[in-house]
Design a protein around this ligand. Sequence first.
Ligand SMILES: [Zn+2]
Length: 474
Amino acid sequence: MAKIARRDQDYSQWYVDIVTRAEMADYAPVKGCMVIRPWGYAIWERMQRALDDMFKATGHQNAYFPLLIPQSFLQKEAEHVEGFAPECAVVTRGGGKELEEPLVIRPTSETIIWAMYKKWIQSWRDLPLLYNQWANVVRWEMRTRLFLRTTEFLWQEGHTAHATAGEAVEEAERMLGVYKRFVEDWMAMPVLTGKKTDAEKFAGAVTTYSVEALMQDNRALQAGTSHYLGQNFARAFDVQFQNRAGELEYVYATSWGVSSRLVGALVMSHSDDAGLVLPPKLAPLEVVIVPILKADADNSAILTAAARLAEPLQDHVRVKVDDRDNVSPGWKFNEWELKGVPIRIEIGPKDLEKGQVVVVRRDTREKTPVPQGEVPVHVADLLPEMQQALYDRAKERLEAGCRPADTYDDFKKILEEQGGFVYAPWCGNAECEARVQEETKATIRCIPDEVEAAGACMICGNGPAQRVPFAKAY
Ligand SMILES: [Zn+2]
């Protein structure tokens, strides 16, 4: 197998090599689109399942709304259309003729959902509506990258309707918490959370909250967003309800989403120069057993031992015996390392004699001989240990990647030389924020709940300022 690029030499080629060579995704015939292959899709399915359980545990139901949205719907909310119009794909012909009204392929579904909520909400008794949908969306992107930014991608979008502003804000914050928990507990990716600045918030939102992770090249990645939409969409679609006092009032809304870009984030967060490294909870396979077969020999004893080893694991662990006889054991080791299977168990003739196996963990590549009978217990202990170890390493990296800067010169120097989240004083003015972005490409990733007061803004010198995390981001 040809080697993949090294992280320290060409990070973005390294990323593409892993995604394509681990058979997670491939380029589609249409530029900017991708095909998600079974290994990549299995990771997405595990993410989906975990998130879906968390959404249901917080009272949400799944529904499905159509892919095609009348163009006029998008125009009803002024900020929303301004934000999304340039990225929209529009269908103008159908059934062999021009359509009376062009149809937009959903870039997000607020408009069609609020058009329907108008039919379903009349009274406070109809609230809250807590809906989520799993869907694909299309945003016409100019510069794309597998999983991280593609023209069509998979996601979930929650859309909720509430009787009071307080309830809606609480919902938006609750879902931010769900995302943080998912990203940290399942993806082993520690994050910063906070509110977006006005310049960075979702088109049509009052407040956007986000979950921000740090990749190994010290660039930030927005892993999920949750929006408090106020009454903006209710006004645009005239969705009023009779409140408890009998008065008509506009409904309060939230929306929140994470997408298949999380798969890209997962790759960039933990992987190494040998390939993908996956947290066990999201690995399509947790354990692969590789019997060391000899060409032109009787391998039946080894094959039987491998199958016996798998048996007690099957009920609790995603395990596979790789008994292919057309590739060498070494080739298999490389392949499963490339694909990021957390634990490899090797069993050869000598191991068989000693009644043992060799357990190899993917993250550290450490090899441990384990008596055959102890394999189930060993695996049961090792998987959560690896999950935690990946989180701890990522946490250490995140903490090391957060640095303060007091002056704009310091800021630029740290950003260029080290990257990461640079905590610098900002006055709150959008012009200062825009200047930083124009000159350095760094943006304010979020305003954390607790911010440190800092004397003067590093750009304009005015106070009071607060220290906020800037970063270059994916
Ligand atoms: Zn300023």
